[in-house]
Design a protein around this ligand. Structure first.
Ligand code: ZN
Ligand code: FE
Length: 256
């Protein structure tokens, strides 16, 4: 089977739009729909027809473009059952651990509550790619708006279990701010220091710092590193479990 072509572009102020396209079947899906005008422009540039939208969660910066795109292309819209009341135009709702087909390959749905209670992410093993919405970011994780800190930690642990070389697309370009926080809490992490140099360079040239990989996040993302001795020491929580460490990190980042 051929690999999906993945096209990422900026939307709104700091969102990413992502289109995935199979040149054999000519099917194209948009991961979320932050901005219909920009997504239409990118589709036209590529000469792709929108056949699907895969929704991660109900926030407006992820669903605001569905209405327009639905009218224009009539794509098949898939989204979380848990948030069906809040998301219009869903043709199919999906649950945790469920599989559905996109262009002849299985897509696995993983429920990752925390940022919102119904948030889901999409893993396509065939193409080694994860669409993570606002659950994980480069060196960061989503703000916990609806769930508990424990729920968010469980959700991130599900991501940790995926193959390390999985390519991860995220909803936002928050990398520089996340990196600053990560550095404040783990300044002696060499991988982190060199990554920050690299992403600063990318941003100074206006280039995206995403996608990332599970491996890169395991090495540099404090929210996946609750067993780092340096992080524990800096939080003054040497003898605490990962739940306490995660919660302290999330609270500290919220006030950073
Ligand atoms: Zn969100
Ligand atoms: Fe968002």
């Amino acid at each position: 089977m051929n690999k999906l072509i993945i096209h990422q572009f900026e939307c709104l102020s700091d969102n990413y739009g992502v289109l995935i396209h199979d040149s054999e079947t000519n099917q194209t899906a948009s991961i979320d729909a932050p901005d219909a005008v920009v997504i239409k422009r990118e589709l036209k540039e590529k000469n792709w027809n929108l056949t699907h939208i895969l929704v991660t969660h109900k926030h407006l910066d992820h669903i605001g473009g569905i209405d327009d795109l639905k009218k224009y292309y009539n794509p098949f819209v898939i989204g979380p059952k848990y948030e069906e009341e809040s998301i219009e135009f869903l043709d199919k709702t999906v649950l945790d651990q469920e599989f559905f087909d996109f262009s002849n390959r299985p897509v696995k749905v993983i429920h990752t509550p925390g940022h919102t209670l119904g948030h889901i992410i999409y893993w396509i093993e065939n193409d080694n790619v994860l669409f993570a919405g606002d659950t994980i970011f480069a060196m960061g994780c989503g703000r916990v708006f609806e769930g508990s800190h424990d729920q968010m930690l469980d959700s991130l642990n599900k991501i940790k279990e995926l193959p390390e070389n999985t390519i991860v697309y995220c909803g936002h370009e928050y990398t520089i701010a996340n990196g600053k926080f990560a550095l404040s809490i783990e300044p002696n992490n060499k991988n982190l220091c060199s990554r920050i140099e690299y992403v600063k360079e990318l941003r100074s040239e206006n280039k995206p710092t995403l996608p990332t990989t599970i491996k890169t996040e395991l090495d540099t993302n404090p929210f996946l590193r609750t067993d780092s001795l340096e992080i524990k020491k800096n939080l003054d929580l040497l003898n605490s479990d990962s739940k306490k460490i995660f919660s302290a990190l999330r609270t500290k980042k919220d006030n950073f």
